[in-house]
Structures are given as structure tokens and as C-alpha cells.
Design a protein around this ligand. Structure first.
Ligand SMILES: Cc1ncc(COP(=O)(O)O)c(C=O)c1O
Length: 460
């Protein structure tokens, strides 16, 4: 066991220390990988040390390194070593974190860590929450809760409102919950990509007239596209007026509550009935770790609690127990909380604050450098660590810009020095960067822009 363990740790440490020289994007064909890794299950066992080597050469060498400092695409996932070790420990003890009987220690850590997050996001003491696989599950669980609390078990005609910038996981959650397109209202946004608040109230009034039941409004605390924050305070007022649940998706952005700039941008986040935030995004945790916070812990129980005769023994009387299986979908749950708990304790909150502020500063710095370049144009300024821009030499048409963005992103990916992807803002394909890895240096940004300019010359 020790020999295998040392080899695993050595392999991880090598990966983390040799990161600088890695090509960020590595991929092989399905045929190649099938040839190397496929075949029938061997009858006879094989040497585990050789198998670890093989995994290193053929599996881990062919993944996108989302933990690389110059991975600017999608939402980067810069983990931390203490988090990795905490996950390893939790797996080593195979903690069953579904109820107090099986895991009082782990449930206590989950409750403490959720309480810390509640404090940071200014949620009340009577609030609750739990850790989930990620933002998609947190959003889905939030809508399930909203429906239970606001519609009880009656209504099928409940409507959900959100901006057209809301992450696709929300639409997926609605689909899974059987809330069809007829009951979804993706609404327009203003020039800053924030929900059009007038359109929101108008849509609610229209639906009421038609005999529908508006029951949930979803606000963004940092959109995936541009880091935009919806007018959360105004949304909360509308939610109150029309007896709707306000869910806030801060899967990416809520981490900025640790900084002064972030708290200003995220004003009103505490007004949500529920909030999604993902420790595996900007809280530097290895996957999978999402979190759902709710203003009233009882709402989760009301939504998810069911009983079964074989679980009766888990309902300890007189204990201030937390049976997390009553708070969410999973019964068998892993011990996700340990990684955030131990890394917050190891590094201290100050280090987290500094790292998050640095991400925002790096995005500002990138914007500043790009603004100095005549042929480049900022489309959305740096907001909560995300910016969008285009290569737009004089006279370039919209369709030429579309093509430039796609081709430049492709060249960046094949080059392997950095990773940038495109998105669409107002139907224009743009280059999007989210430079939030705490190990990123200004020299990396300068070098990235140099590469972008080189690739732009090649495609332009
Ligand atoms: C704002 C937002 N919400 C939800 C999600 C979905 O999170 P996950 O991929 O962890 O399920 C994402 C993912 O990037 C996101 O950016």
C-alpha cells in the first residue's frame, strides 16, 4: 500500500511542479486511446505500479489542464494540494457522509464549513446548506426547493424567470424537474448584460393575467459569459412583491464576497432565498464540490425528507443531529467538506482573499494592456475576473471578426502555451478570458497577448 501511495503522491507532485512546461491542451484520437487503454478485462491481475505509469502516460497526458495558471478558458479550476490530500483522506476512510449515525465527525465539519460560507455571504444563522457535486446540482436542488416551498405539491403551472445570460445548467435543471419551455422565461438583458428589470416585472404580470403562477426568479451573481451581476436588490423586491422565491447563481462569482470590490459588485446577494456557490471554481478546491445555501434550513428538509423503515435507526433522538440525506437528493454522500475546511485552515482566510483579489486584478491588467492595442477592442470590461474582447483591425466586418475570434482561439489551443475559448456577446463571437489562477504572473499575461497578436497576424 505504501509503495502505491508514494508513487501516487510523487506522480501528483511531479504534475504540479512541472506544470509550467505542460502543453495545456492535449488530446489523442478515440482510436489511439482505445488501442492503448481498451481490450477485455484481464483475468489475471497486473502490477499496480505499471498501471499507474500507464495512467500517467496515456490518461493524464491527454487531458485539458484546467489547473494550469494560463488556463483562461471557461471557469478555471485551480485546486490546491491540501484540498487534494483532504480528498484522498476522505476516500481513504471511505466516509459515509449521509447521516449523523455514520458520520457525526464529517457532518460536523460540513455544518461548520457551510456556516463559514453562510457568514461570508451574509446568510442568516437559521440558514442551512450542503455540499453537492457542483453548480448544476445546486441549481437543480434550489429550484426543487423553490417549487416545494412556493407551490407546495399542487401546481404544475409555476413559472421561472431568469436572464438570457443565465448558465445553461439552470435550463437543464428545469428540464429534469419537468418544468417545460412553456413555463420558462429567459428574459432580455441591458447593455451591461444584466437582466432587464422592467421586462421581468412585465413578464410576471402577463403570466398572472394568464392564470399562471410565477414562483421563482433566478439572479446571476457573476455570469459565466461576462461576470455580470444582475440587479439583485431590485430582483429581491420583485420577488417579495409577487411571492416568488429568489435563487441566486453565484457558482462562479460568490467567491468575490471575500473582497471589498466583490462585496460592492455583489450587493444584494444576501437577499436570496437560496444561493449556489462552487468551491471547485474560485475557492481553489479540486472537483467535485458545489454548495447550495438556503435562508431557512428547514426548507431543505421540507423538500427532500422521506422516510424508510431501514433508516429509522439513523434518527437519533435528543441529539442535535444532522442527517444530510434529508437535505438533498443523495443518501450515500462523500465527505466533500473536508477539502475546503482543511485548506481554509491551512492557508487562512487572508490568503484566499488575496488570491481572489489577484484574479480580479489580473483581469483588469489584461484589459489595460489590450486597450493600448489599436487593433483590439474590449467588448465587456473586466468584471469579477472575466473579460471579453475581439481582434478588430480597421474595416473588419462582423463576420470577419467572428472568424478571427474562432481561428485565434483555435491557434492558442493548438499552441498549448495558454487556453482561451470563445463565447458570443450580442451574437458576436468574442475571445473570453478568465485569468484567475493565483499562480499567474503579469509576465504570463504579457506573453499571452504577444501570442494573441502573432496569431492575429496569421489569421488577419
Ligand atoms: C454561473 C454558473 N452556474 C452554474 C455552473 C454549473 O456548474 P458545474 O459545472 O459545477 O455543474 C457554472 C459552470 O461553469 C457557472 O459558471
Amino acid at each position: 500500500m505504501r509503495r502505491i501511495g508514494y508513487k501516487v503522491i510523487d506522480t501528483i507532485v511531479e504534475h504540479l511542479t512541472d506544470m509550467e512546461d505542460l502543453k495545456i491542451h492535449a488530446q489523442k484520437s478515440p482510436q489511439y486511446l482505445n488501442e492503448k487503454l481498451g481490450g477485455t478485462i484481464p483475468n489475471k491481475g497486473q502490477n499496480p505500479l505499471h498501471l499507474i505509469d500507464q495512467a500517467k502516460q496515456e490518461v493524464f497526458a491527454n487531458i485539458l489542464h484546467v489547473d494550469h495558471p494560463r488556463f483562461y478558458a471557461f471557469i478555471p479550476s485551480p485546486g490546491n494540494f491540501m484540498g487534494v490530500m483532504a480528498d484522498t483522506l476522505a476516500k481513504g476512510f471511505n466516509v459515509f457522509n449521509g447521516h449523523w449515525l455514520a458520520g457525526s465527525g464529517s457532518a460536523a465539519i460540513e455544518r461548520i464549513t457551510v456556516d463559514w460560507l453562510k457568514d461570508i455571504c451574509r446568510f442568516p444563522k437559521k440558514g442551512g446548506g450542503l455540499f453537492l457535486s457542483g453548480g448544476s446540482m445546486a441549481n437543480l436542488s434550489a429550484i426543487a426547493t423553490a417549487r416545494k416551498i412556493k407551490l407546495k405539491d399542487e401546481g404544475k403551472r409555476g413559472v421561472v424567470y431568469y436572464s438570457n445570460q443565465t448558465h445553461s445548467s439552470l435550463a437543464k435543471g428545469l428540464k429534469v424537474l419537468g418544468i417545460g419551455e412553456k413555463y420558462r422565461r429567459p428574459l432580455p438583458t441591458d447593455q451591461d448584460l444584466r437582466i432587464d428589470i422592467k421586462a421581468l416585472e412585465k413578464a410576471i404580470k402577463r403570466d398572472l393575467k394568464r392564470g399562471l403562477r410565477p414562483f421563482c426568479i433566478v439572479g446571476n451573481a457573476g455570469t459565466t459569459n461576462a461576470g455580470a451581476v444582475d440587479p439583485l436588490e431590485k430582483m429581491a423586491k420583485i420577488a417579495e412583491k409577487y411571492n416568488c422565491w429568489l435563487h441566486i447563481d453565484g457558482a462562479y462569482g460568490a467567491a468575490a464576497m471575500l473582497t471589498k470590490t466583490g462585496r460592492k459588485a455583489l450587493k444584494g446577494i444576501e437577499m436570496g432565498d437560496s444561493l449556489t456557490l462552487d468551491p471547485h471554481k474560485w475557492w481553489f478546491q479540486p472537483m467535485e464540490m458545489g454548495c447550495l445555501l438556503v435562508k431557512d434550513a428547514n426548507h431543505l428538509k421540507t423538500t427532500f425528507q422521506v422516510s424508510a423503515e431501514y433508516l429509522e435507526d439513523t434518527k437519533a433522538k435528543g441529539l442535535e443531529e444532522i442527517n444530510y440525506y434529508d437535505h438533498g437528493i443523495q443518501l450515500t454522500r462523500s465527505f466533500r467538506a473536508l477539502k475546503l475546511y482543511l485548506s481554509l485552515k491551512t492557508f487562512g482566510l487572508k490568503a484566499f482573499k488575496k488570491a481572489i483579489q489577484k484574479g480580479m486584478d489580473m483581469a483588469d491588467y489584461t484589459e489595460k494592456l489590450l486597450r493600448k492595442e489599436a487593433d483590439w477592442k474590449i467588448i465587456t470590461p473586466a468584471q469579477l475576473g472575466i473579460l471579453n474582447f475581439i481582434y478588430a483591425p480597421k474595416g473588419a466586418s462582423r463576420s470577419a471578426i467572428d472568424t478571427y475570434s474562432k481561428e485565434i482561439a483555435e491557434k492558442v489551443m493548438h499552441d498549448g502555451f495558454a487556453m482561451i475559448t470563445t463565447t458570443k456577446i450580442d451574437d458576436l463571437t468574442v475571445l473570453r478570458m478568465c485569468p484567475i489562477h493565483p499562480g499567474l504572473m503579469k509576465s504570463d499575461i504579457k506573453e499571452t497577448i504577444k501570442k494573441l497578436k502573432q496569431f492575429a497576424r496569421e489569421v488577419g
